[in-house]
Design a protein around this ligand. Structure first.
Ligand SMILES: [Zn+2]
Length: 148
C-alpha cells in the first residue's frame, strides 16, 4: 500500500514570556495557537475491519493530541525555568495552569517539545511526519521528521 499523510488541526490559547528577549515578547502575553499534526502510514487494508482504509482514525488522533498536548497548554502560562524562582512562585500562585519548561517557549522550541510527546504515543505503523505551530496568522514553526 502507498504511504499516505493525514493531518489534523487544533486550536489552543496560551500565554508565554520570553526570558531576556530584546523585544515586547519578554512581557507575559498570549497567542491563539493553531497546531497542525501530520502523521504518515499505510492505510489499513483489511476489508470489514472497522478501521479499514485508515492510516489512523481521525477521532483517535484528536483524542491523542487533545489529551497529550491541548489539555496541557490550553489557557496555560508557560515560562522558561531560567526566570527567577521568586517570580515562578508568584506566577504559580495566580495561575492554575502554569508550566515551567527548560527551554525558551518560542514556537520553534514548542514544536520540538510537541513532536517528542506525540511520538511517544503513536501506535505501531504510524509515524509523525510533521508538526506545524502557528503563533500568529503569519508566523509558524515546523518540525519535520525528515529533517531530524
Ligand atoms: Zn509570543
Amino acid at each position: 500500500m502507498p504511504k499516505i499523510r493525514v493531518t489534523k488541526r487544533f486550536h489552543f490559547e496560551m500565554a508565554h514570556t520570553l526570558y531576556e528577549y530584546d523585544g515586547l515578547c519578554r512581557n507575559i502575553h498570549g497567542h491563539s495557537y493553531i497546531l497542525e499534526v501530520t502523521l504518515i502510514g499505510e492505510p489499513l487494508n483489511k476489508p470489514k475491519h472497522p478501521k479499514d482504509g485508515m492510516v489512523m482514525d481521525f477521532g483517535l488522533i484528536k483524542e491523542l493530541v487533545k489529551t497529550q498536548i491541548v489539555s496541557r497548554f490550553d489557557h496555560a502560562l508557560i515560562v522558561n525555568s531560567l526566570i527567577p524562582e521568586k517570580q515562578q512562585e508568584l506566577l504559580k500562585q495566580t495561575n492554575e495552569r502554569f508550566l515551567v519548561v527548560d527551554f525558551q517557549p518560542t514556537s520553534e522550541n514548542m514544536v520540538i517539545y510537541i513532536a517528542e510527546i506525540i511520538q511517544q504515543h503513536l501506535p505501531s505503523g504510524v509515524n509523525l511526519f510533521s508538526v506545524r505551530l502557528y503563533e500568529t496568522a503569519t508566523s509558524f514553526a515546523e518540525w519535520f521528521a525528515s529533517d531530524n
